[in-house]
Design a binder for this molecule. Structure first.
Ligand code: ADP
Ligand code: ADP
Ligand code: MG
Length: 461
């Protein structure tokens, strides 16, 4: 049954994004919020708002009972989890559906299979999708695991099966390091993600991060082409684009087909992303994980395909079939997104919460700014530092980079320190302009150039 009242179990820019999609679909919205977010933009924009607890996420945005109670009290018939928080919590998805409410996302079962990274690797192998050489599921026996490391070769990556957001990953260069890091990593994963399960992967030295957007309604499955997110710091994406400039038509076709094959193999429902590492020297790609939710960087795909991914997932969540077929998905132009974080890039990206005293927002042709800001807004220190995403699109990649520079120059948040200077500098970097980057490109570049990334306010201020 179509959703008529949607509860948003998230905060920040993604909550605003979901409210906007719902409103255009004629769906009423309920925004839950912690005490720290009582005056957030999402709370202001939603039809109704319900406080669900104190600032600490564990006691508010991660409190399943509090979220469900807010849904029951307001008569919400759908819940959108956004990204992070409860978005990939299978028990939450089950609890929502058991309460007779539509979960805007896959079933708990699908999240268990694909959201758990070790289990997703197995599903990828079964679907014929190439994976990074590594362990067959989670490590249960250290002796066998150590033997495996010598087979796959050092360095190896130790990854938490429940990890995400760039966290829960360790690199071991030697068997000794592996022996000491593994127990440490398990304890940390248990504390951070509630699951100490670890698996192993060979470290791919020089690769691009390329991911495929998919949509499914349980019966039909399509892809909306790829995004490239090779510019990363601490395994977190900072700059994303679509399409990737590294793929031949043949590789693009193979990659997108493999993502659809995987979606079909699990009967996927909702929006999802299949992530790969791509070695452009030998043309091989390897599955690394699937995110069973909307991703931060979804707008670059929306820009080049014209598809409203959030509206589509809400409709599917309400039981509608996919509204588009594969041959209706076409790509036009090039889009880039950069993450505007409240962090000081000249000072090792130190978080920089504060008050928005000046706000000049970029605009003009080909510019979209998805954000949570308003004049006087106090940025709370309790959550991640993403303030907004600046998204540009143009006919060509070169023009998109010029547009990004122009738009980032317009953004002015007064005295607040943000990651904006990083993007102004990257837009001038030769390797970035040529598209000659990989996942380990940005960190050494920051070592050399980070101190110069000083916030000066926007152009002409
Ligand atoms: P998360 O769940 O934190 O997003 P991912 O498995 O997607 O974890 O990996 C995040 C990033 O870590 C990748 O984009 C890539 O830069 C790096 N990475 C992950 N696996 C490997 C690997 N086997 N070899 C080299 N780099 C990797
Ligand atoms: P995307 O692939 O959409 O860029 P990220 O991996 O950067 O997603 O994560 C998006 C958000 O979700 C970030 O705020 C990140 O901290 C959070 N996140 C992702 N996975 C987890 C997880 N397993 N536990 C906690 N937070 C997570
Ligand atoms: Mg990932």
């Amino acid at each position: 049954m179509a959703i008529t009242k949607l509860l948003i179990a998230n905060r920040g820019e993604i909550a605003v994004r979901i409210i906007r999609a719902a409103r255009e679909l004629g769906i009423r919205t309920v925004q839950v919020y912690s005490a720290a977010d009582a005056s957030s933009l999402a709370v202001q924009l939603a039809d109704e708002a319900v406080e669900i607890g104190p600032p600490a996420a564990k006691k508010s945005y991660l409190d399943v009972e509090a979220v469900l109670k807010a849904a029951r009290d307001t008569g919400a018939d759908g819940i959108h989890p956004g990204y992070g928080f409860l978005a990939e919590n299978a028990d939450f998805a089950d609890a929502v559906e058991q309460a007779g409410i539509a979960f805007v996302g896959p079933t708990g079962e699908m999240i268990r299979t694909m959201g758990d990274k070790a289990s997703a690797r197995k599903a990828a192998e079964r679907a014929g999708v190439p994976t990074v050489p590594g362990s067959d599921g989670v490590i249960t026996d250290m002796k066998a695991a150590t033997e495996l490391t010598s087979q796959i070769g050092y360095p190896v990556m130790i990854k938490a099966t429940a990890g995400g957001g760039g966290r829960g990953i360790r690199i071991a260069e030697t068997p000794e390091e592996f022996a000491s890091l593994a127990p440490q990593a398990a304890a940390e994963a248990k504390a951070a993600f509630g699951d100490g399960g670890l698996y192993l992967e060979k470290l791919i030295g020089k690769a691009r991060h390329i991911e495929v957007q998919i949509l499914g309604d349980g019966t039909n499955f399509i892809h909306c082409y790829e995004r490239e997110c090779s510019l990363q710091r601490r395994r977190q994406k900072v700059w994303e684009e679509a399409p990737s400039s590294a793929l031949s038509d043949k590789v693009r076709d193979d990659l997108c087909r493999s993502a659809v094959a995987l979606a079909r193999a699990v009967g996927y429902r909702g929006a999802g992303t299949v992530e790969y590492l791509y070695d452009d020297e030998n043309g091989e790609f390897y599955f690394i994980e699937m995110n069973t939710r909307i991703q931060v960087e979804h707008p670059v795909t929306e820009a080049i395909t014209g598809i409203d991914l959030v509206a589509e997932m809400i409709a599917i969540g309400g039981g509608a079939p996919l509204s588009i077929s594969q041959d209706q998905v076409t790509v036009r132009g090039h889009s880039i997104e950069v993450r505007i974080n409240a962090e000081d890039p000249a000072n090792d990206f130190m978080p920089y919460p504060g008050t928005v005293e000046k706000l000049r927002i970029p605009g003009g042709p080909g510019v979209r700014f998805d954000h949570m800001l308003y004049h006087g807004y106090q940025i709370p220190p309790f959550y991640d530092s993403l303030l907004g995403k600046l998204i540009v699109d143009a006919d060509t990649r070169d023009k998109a980079i010029e547009r990004l520079k122009r738009a980032a120059g317009e953004l002015d948040l007064g005295k607040l320190k943000t990651t904006t200077p990083l993007f102004l500098a990257l837009a001038e970097a030769g390797d970035v302009r040529r598209g000659d980057v990989h996942t380990k490109w940005l960190e050494p570049w920051l070592e050399a150039n980070g101190h110069q990334l000083v916030n000066t306010g926007g152009n002409g201020s």
